[in-house]
Design a protein. Structure first.
Length: 234
């Protein structure tokens, strides 16, 4: 995806970029390519792949959420900043927390944030199940892109959502994940309210946005340790 194609496709999502935002994305891309030579941040390092499969893909979250609101958003397993850091560049109104257990990736994210002088964005070097209890029922929105099965993600995310908060899982093919997650959501007091399936432009790979609403407080015993989550999914 060229920059011109990127701009054109985003306009179809009602996203119109400023010159500053385009410049910040270019700086971000260059830093990603530079740091990727030192340690593995992403397998996709070509310009056209970064603009399509990282930047554009991250912004498809706008299909499921009104990101122009004042929201506290948590990005679980953000990696090199997708979607959370991209969202911050395009939606400065968002108060974003980037969560990842990889220290090198958090170092990289802090470098980009400093370089772009971004405000209201925090990086946490932790696993989701080990987050400080102050984050319980703290976030308006939680998202995660291609991190784990929806059953696992739901237990990691829902405890940190406010009542009526929204978790959007960003995935490729979802196959049987939704049906397999219904019992999990019953125990966590969440419910699926929307599923959007579409294809990325140009290369037409499958994408899915699964929206889950938190209906009641999550029982305090969740999230469990990651070993328990993996060995005995809800």
């Amino acid at each position: 995806m060229s920059i011109n194609e990127f701009i054109k496709e985003l306009s179809k999502l009602n996203i119109n970029l400023t010159e500053e935002q385009l410049n910040n994305l270019e700086i971000y891309k260059n830093l990603l390519q530079e740091y990727n030579q030192k340690f593995n941040l992403t397998a996709l390092i070509k310009d056209e792949d970064i603009y399509l499969k990282h930047f554009y893909d991250s912004l498809t979250l706008s299909k499921s959420l009104d990101l122009t609101k004042e929201l506290k958003l948590l990005d679980i397993g953000t990696g090199a900043g997708f979607p959370g850091l991209v969202l911050k560049i395009i939606y400065p109104n968002l108060d974003i927390t980037l969560l990842d257990s990889n220290h090198k990736k958090i170092e990289f994210l802090n470098t980009v944030i400093s370089k772009l002088n971004l405000q209201k964005i925090t990086c946490l070097n932790s696993r989701a199940e080990n987050l400080d209890s102050k984050y319980i029922e703290y976030f308006d929105v939680i998202t995660s892109r291609a991190v784990a099965h929806l059953r696992i993600l739901s237990e990691l995310a829902l405890p940190y959502l406010k009542i009526n908060g929204i978790f959007v899982a960003m995935k490729g093919n979802i196959n049987n994940e939704v049906a397999e997650t219904n019992s999990t959501l019953n125990k966590l007091y969440g419910s699926i309210t929307d599923i959007k399936e579409f294809k990325l432009p140009l290369e037409f790979s499958n994408r899915s946005l699964i929206t889950i609403k938190k209906d009641q407080p999550t029982p305090q015993k969740y999230p469990r340790s990651y070993d328990q989550i993996i060995k005995k999914p809800l």
